[in-house]
Ligand binder design. Structure first.
Ligand code: UDP
Ligand code: MG
Length: 136
């Protein structure tokens, strides 16, 4: 049985601002992901609050939503075998300080909040997050 999975990736404002979006896209492609759809957009804070609703009780929620809506982002649907987990592995730990060598967050992340990329954490959330950005 094939387990080709789709997952949602976001190149966050800190990376787009530094013009790293093409470089990061090339890392995904070199790592065997297909980029099925992509768009560069800036979202409203209210949309970021919806996207990150799972974190609404966390102390960092307000700053996180302000940050995600603070500038352009690139949202992408990535596809690969075991794509959800493979993307999490390629991204590295949430805090770039803890991220392993060779990961995107190790290479580009500035801090735990400005960590350059988002990736869905489960197949179920990937479907929800893909719909959030790409269901028209
Ligand atoms: N975040 C933060 N402070 C924290 C933990 C998380 O600013 O103490 C931000 C960070 O940008 C992270 C996002 O909230 O990427 C979502 O947190 P999560 O735990 O889901 O991490 P991720 O799935 O992005 O690795
Ligand atoms: Mg998460």
């Amino acid at each position: 049985m094939s387990n080709i999975e789709q997952t949602l990736s976001i190149i966050k404002p800190d990376a787009v601002e530094r013009n790293l979006d093409n470089e990061i896209k090339q890392i995904f492609i070199r790592s065997g992901f297909n980029i099925l759809k992509e768009k560069k957009i800036q979202i409203e804070k209210s949309e970021a609050e919806k996207f990150y609703k799972v974190h609404e009780t966390k102390p960092f929620y307000n700053d996180l939503c302000s940050y995600l809506s603070s500038g352009p982002i690139v949202a992408m649907i990535l596809e690969k075998k075991n794509g959800v987990a493979e993307n999490r592995k390629l991204m590295g730990a949430t805090n770039p300080k803890d991220a392993e060598d060779g990961t995107i967050r190790k290479k580009y992340g500035i801090s735990i909040d400005k960590n350059s990329v988002h990736g869905s954490d489960s197949i179920e959330n990937a479907k929800i997050e893909i719909d959030f950005f790409f269901k028209d």
